[in-house]
Write a protein that binds this ligand. Sequence first.
Ligand SMILES: NC(=O)c1ccc[n+]([C@@H]2O[C@H](COP(=O)([O-])OP(=O)(O)OC[C@H]3O[C@@H](n4cnc5c(N)ncnc54)[C@H](O)[C@@H]3O)[C@@H](O)[C@H]2O)c1
Ligand SMILES: [Zn+2]
Length: 351
Amino acid sequence: MKILEVKTDNCKYPIRIGADIVRSLSTITKKFVGQKVIIVDKNVLSLWKDKIDEIRKSIDASVIEVEASEHNKSIEVATSIWSELISLGVDRKSIVINIGGGMISDLGGFVASTYMRGIKFTNCPTTLLSMVDASVGGKVGVNFGGLKNIIGSFNQPTEVVIDLEFLKTLPIREYASGMAEVIKHGVINDIDYLKNLENKSIALEEIVLRSCEIKKKIVEADPNENDQRKILNFGHTIGHALEEISIELHNDLLHGEAVALGMIAEAEISKLMGLIDESDVELIINLVSNNNLPTKLTFEVDFEKLVGLIHKDKKNSAKNINWTLLDRLGNAIYDQLVPIELVQKAFNKLV
Ligand SMILES: NC(=O)c1ccc[n+]([C@@H]2O[C@H](COP(=O)([O-])OP(=O)(O)OC[C@H]3O[C@@H](n4cnc5c(N)ncnc54)[C@H](O)[C@@H]3O)[C@@H](O)[C@H]2O)c1
Ligand SMILES: [Zn+2]
């Protein structure tokens, strides 16, 4: 097992990679005299019934099941979980354990952070995407009014317990979705990592470790995204807007797929701004495509609508879009302003 420690000004917590989840959760929950509540993805529960049962018994926990879908990362589902917490008699000495992908850690983290002004929670990610990104860093929230993560807060977990065995049942498309955030980590912060990904010369456990190290480093430097943490938004300005349009159309572009398309468009913007070369954009497109991720849109997107959604994103204002761009492979810059004609030109690359 590898242990990383995330340290910010007001908290410190471990990320345990390759952990024995039953033993880890027993140790963590011993410190809590209140209720232990597992919020678990229904799919994960049915695929890993024995394992979740073993966890439940070993820590004497109640279980709340949630159907994992981006549509359920909502205030309505949060409300139903708050009600269950009240009926279970959950108090401030209790702990919530989120077992599932990023949808569960975002939602369960939000529910725990707001219940009784905040109770502790631990994340046990079961998708690649949540292992390498969503479970670390304390961004919790729900979608609302057609906008991604518009209601939420920053609140760090008490621990992140990564049991890689869960990946054995992860569908290929979901695995690819996680690889989008992995590629992002290399593109924005680590050229050697990017080269390893390009050569496929890095094992899965190393990928989880390296991505967690990068996320940890960036979160520690700027936990509440005042400045440097904004580099993690590369691919997410256009990506989130595409995801929102896709959710509305019920055509289910996965988060990582939307980010992959967003990275291509935002790399193209970086090129049009004279920051990187065509060959850099090509490298990103090849990496995306070689990892079973889309390089073109498969549904119609109205550019005006896309721009309208981008302005409403919490990263931006009605006046300015704050772009995260690349000034070279392995390095990102934030709060960049871009002429709208260049955005349109870059967007056309996806059509
Ligand atoms: N908070 C953050 O910093 C952060 C970062 C990145 C993404 N996110 C959010 O994370 C969400 C996406 O997370 P995700 O990709 O993990 O999606 P998800 O949680 O919706 O899970 C994707 C699918 O995989 C299934 N699944 C989960 N674990 C499985 C397993 N072990 N075996 C088989 N199936 C399994 C789920 O049931 C679901 O159908 C988005 O809402 C995104 O906004 C948050
Ligand atoms: Zn993301």
